[in-house]
Design a protein around this ligand. Structure first.
Ligand code: SF4
Length: 232
């Protein structure tokens, strides 16, 4: 999230033309690494601050001590259903993050990992649209991204992520049973994270075709991976 600089206002977001999102295969690899916590997302946000002004609760983990040291304690509250020490930073009456001052992140060098890994390209990647009224700035920005497909593998990967997005959107009860969140943002993140379940691969790991797995198979594999992630 957030660019250091003048922010984009309601009138500007979505008003511009297409934005280059990069080669799909490269992007999806980097996004999965970002989800795994290997590094932050490298998003060419330009002057956009849509994600900092869209009524989002920012999750901060206990080990983000540098970040926590730069946010007034009064702005934080315990995150529901998460272990002690996990906190949320709410938005103000305008739907803005309280650390956004004059449309600049006032703690940019110390911003939360949630902000470092946020990438609104996940929505066009997963073929999912945000329809919450208070997220319209993100929705407008997300629809401007255009991926490139330098090889057929890039196209297959995008079809797989889109197939995963549609499948997850149509099976939210299954996700709720597993204990996964089901808002549009989380569905898009899960589609990127688990899109490999929707592709057949060559022995060398390159994608070949998109397949539609059976619901029970996805349930078992998602449960296994989520359990493994929770134990980490
Ligand atoms: S801390 Fe607030 S202002 Fe800074 S990047 Fe995150 S959401 Fe934006």
């Amino acid at each position: 999230m957030s660019y250091v600089g003048r922010g984009v206002t309601d009138g500007e977001v979505g008003g511009g033309g297409d934005l280059e999102a990069g080669a799909f295969g490269t992007w999806v690899t980097q996004m999965r690494e970002s989800i795994d916590g290997d590094h932050g997302a490298d998003v060419p946000c330009g002057t956009c601050t849509a994600c900092c002004t869209s009524s989002q609760f920012i999750h901060i983990t206990p080990d983000e001590t540098e970040t926590l040291a730069h946010i007034p304690k009064a702005l934080l509250f315990p995150a529901p259903r998460l272990p002690e020490g996990h906190v949320l930073m709410p938005y103000n009456e305008r739907g803005h993050c309280p650390m956004l001052i004059d449309f600049e992140c006032s703690i940019y060098a110390h911003r939360p990992m949630t902000c470092r890994t946020y990438d609104c390209r996940i929505f066009p990647a997963a073929g999912l649209k945000i329809d919450e009224p208070d997220k319209r700035l993100i929705a407008a920005q997300a629809q401007r991204w255009r991926f490139q497909y330098p090889s057929t593998g890039d196209e297959t990967l995008h079809h797989a992520v889109t197939a995963a997005g549609s499948f997850l959107r149509d099976h939210v009860e299954m996700l709720e049973e597993i204990g996964l969140p089901t808002n549009t943002t989380q569905l898009a993140v899960l589609a990127v994270e688990f899109h490999d379940l929707f592709i057949d691969q060559h022995d060398d790991g390159t994608a070949t075709t998109v397949r539609l797995p059976d619901v029970q198979g996805v349930r078992v594999e998602l449960t296994r991976r989520v359990d493994a992630r929770r134990r980490r």
